[in-house]
Design a protein. Structure first.
Length: 231
């Protein structure tokens, strides 16, 4: 048994441009999947046009509520010589998604784990930001509650002063309000990179000071976005 960590696209209709041939090869030979969202996974496999019958595949949902015991049961119900794929809703599984629990269990059970190359909005944003790639921290989602969020932003700002890149994100429909908080709380000289719709045809990646962003705010509503901060 082998567990393949299969990156998916970050934007629709980009598979040919951003996915290496190895991903298609693995998916063509895999019938069992641990996925964050079954509907998204089925659509992704269909878009690869591999000639696979989607209804013949086996999907096990792996979300934030999935328990370790459930994942262990999934493994026990799969033939011992099978290949298993792990898929996030977008990007690389096991990074900022629940896929890590399947990887942990695979290691405990002595199952080979194979990560595949593919797009990650975290790393692509970091590459294009101009910030330090030697020292960086990904914080995921910041607190929703306003006071806690503002406190966390001040912590990130302090960390950024040592030239450690701070990377974080928000649910797309809250992006504009989130950006307002950043621009209100952070020092005018602090640098902020906004990496929006990475790899899509309307990709937007720019680094400016907080003072510059205050003069011209982009519309990020419902657009997947990574925020990166540095001195």
């Amino acid at each position: 048994m082998t567990l393949f960590l299969i990156p998916t696209t970050l934007a629709p209709d980009t598979a040919e441009a951003v996915l290496p041939a190895q991903i298609k090869q693995v998916v063509s030979q895999t019938d069992y999947y641990f996925v964050e969202n079954i509907r998204t996974a089925r659509r992704f496999i269909s878009e690869l046009k591999l000639g696979k019958t989607i209804d013949d595949l086996h999907f096990y949902e792996l979300d934030k509520n999935t328990t370790v015991q459930q994942v262990k049961g999934y493994f026990q119900g799969i033939p011992p010589d099978a290949a298993i794929g792990v898929m996030s809703e977008a990007g690389c599984p096991g990074v900022a998604d629940p896929g890590a629990i399947a990887v942990q269990m695979a290691h405990q059970l002595g199952i080979r784990v194979v990560p595949l190359v593919g797009p990650s909005s975290i790393l692509l944003g970091l590459m294009a930001s101009g910030f330090s790639g030697q020292s960086f921290v990904f914080h995921g989602y910041l607190p929703i509650e306003k006071a806690a969020r503002h406190k966390m932003l001040k912590v990130l700002e302090k960390n950024a002063q040592s030239f450690q890149t701070q990377i974080f994100m928000e649910t797309p429909f809250r992006n504009n309000a989130f950006l307002d908080d950043i621009l209100q709380i952070c020092h005018p000289d602090l640098k902020l990179c906004i990496a929006c719709n990475v790899s899509a045809s309307d990709e937007f990646i720019q680094t400016k000071s907080i003072a510059q962003w205050r003069k011209a705010k982009p519309d990020l509503h419902k657009k997947p976005t990574m925020f990166l901060m540095s001195q």
